[in-house]
Design a protein around this ligand. Structure first.
Ligand code: NAD
Length: 386
């Protein structure tokens, strides 16, 4: 296979990020399997045609079933809201297509398990969109942990803070409706933190959480995309049915302790996605708003120069860096998706499962639901109960 013919569902926030990744991949990673941007799917013919022309897709359809029925498509890429993931993914794998699905994988753990089982039975490649793994600085953390340079891991401390709905008159978008989003800040932001925790520290054994919905109803939205919306504050209101903020504590299987905070009510934090890891031999601090940097501390440094050093993850020593610019010439959010598509296309060519895949989506969903159960039942919940 020299080319991978892609059919993509949804063309707004993530649809644009994925389109950009497919376009840029062959320019910066010429050895990669080339994605052919074949067919874009959206429900409104005029709007999908406009997006296809802007992003570089060859054809359009208005029904995802039509996309899946075509025999000239190898990969289905799902960028629709979370309630659409399961039906499209099940149909796609049944038709023998490889699949890329945005996170969170599904609305519920049982749905996520069904999707994993179907994809495994169909023997297709399946990937889930935990793109933050693909920041070069996060890859450096992975290397430091795996090589033992941070020693035994004691703490994983993570927070993902946004403020885009802090105005009580911000409209009721799909992200605030449980039947479409599954959950609020928990499944949207917390899911990324949980995946990073799994990736960098290991399996979580048990959790206990708390959550709050600060604004219980909002004006119905007129238009929405990604994290923005239009509407009148005088419009009729509807109930917010998801969490505005969810916090939880975790004990990892390897004995490390974790704390997680996801909120959309942290004024001034546009999208602060950060974590620290403390080990017996050192610590790291990562903040996605400064994603090219990693703060690193080693206990083995001479006492008189001990302190956090700022490592810029743009040298040839850092993963992906050689494909980009000379050292010090930084990269951004969109590059995580290009690296993600590199992993996906490499995995398809090599006949292996990409990382992260639906297994990781299921593991994340199990933690999300265990936290929900712990909140409902006001107790620690082991992941093995789920
Ligand atoms: N990895 C990340 O960093 C990240 C960031 C944002 C969103 N997401 C995830 O990506 C998914 C999409 O989020 P978004 O912010 O791009 O949403 P969005 O609202 O910006 O776009 C959703 C798109 O899906 C289309 N759509 C909805 N239902 C459809 C259907 N039945 N058939 C065809 N198209 C349909 C909409 O028209 C729109 O084009 C969600 O699951 C979300 O959790 C991931």
């Amino acid at each position: 296979m020299k080319q991978l013919r892609v059919g993509m569902v949804g063309y707004k926030f993530m649809g644009k990020a994925h389109s950009n990744a497919y376009r840029a991949l062959p320019m910066f990673f010429p050895e990669a399997l080339k994605p052919e941007m074949s067919v874009l799917c959206g429900r409104n013919q005029e709007a999908v045609a406009e997006a296809a022309a802007q992003f570089g897709w060859s054809e359009t359809v208005t029904d995802w079933k039509e996309l899946i029925a075509r025999d000239d498509i190898d990969l289905i890429d799902i960028n629709a809201p979370s309630d659409a993931h399961k039906e499209i993914a099940l149909a796609a794998v049944k038709a023998g297509k490889h699949i890329f699905c945005e996170k969170p994988l599904a609305l519920t753990l049982s749905d996520a398990r069904e999707m994993l089982q179907a994809a495994e039975e169909a023997k297709v490649a399946h990937m889930v969109g935990f793109n933050y793994r693909f920041s070069p600085a996060v890859k450096l953390v992975k290397k430091l942990v795996e090589s033992g340079r941070l020693g035994k891991i004691y703490h994983f401390r993570a927070w993902f803070l946004q403020d885009w709905i802090i105005d009580p008159d911000f409209p009721l978008v799909w992200r605030l409706q449980k039947e479409i989003a599954g959950s609020g800040s928990h499944g949207d932001l917390g899911a990324h933190l949980i995946d990073l925790a799994h990736y960098l520290v290991g399996d979580i054994h048990e959790v206990i959480g708390m959550s709050e919905t600060f604004i219980k109803e909002r004006p119905i939205a007129e238009q929405m995309t990604g994290l923005s919306a239009k509407g009148s504050k005088d419009a009729p209101k509807g109930p917010v049915t998801v969490d505005d903020a969810t916090l939880f504590l975790a004990r990892f299987a390897n004995g490390a302790l974790g704390s997680f905070e996801a909120t959309r009510f942290a004024a001034g934090h546009r999208s602060t996605n950060s974590f620290e890891i403390n080990g017996s031999l050192g610590s790291v601090k990562f903040d996605f708003e400064r994603m090219n940097e990693l703060e690193v501390y080693f206990t083995s440094d001479d006492e008189d120069v001990q302190g956090f050093r700022r490592v810029l993850a743009t040298d040839p020593a850092h993963e992906y860096a050689e494909a980009w610019w000379p050292p010090g010439h930084t990269i951004g959010f969109e590059h995580t998706f290009i690296h993600e598509m590199l992993e996906l296309t490499n995995a398809i060519r090599e006949g292996r499962q990409p990382q992260p895949n639906f297994n990781d989506g299921v593991k994340c969903q199990a933690v999300l639901e265990a936290v929900d159960r712990s909140i409902d039942e006001r107790r620690w919940v082991e992941i093995s109960e789920m």
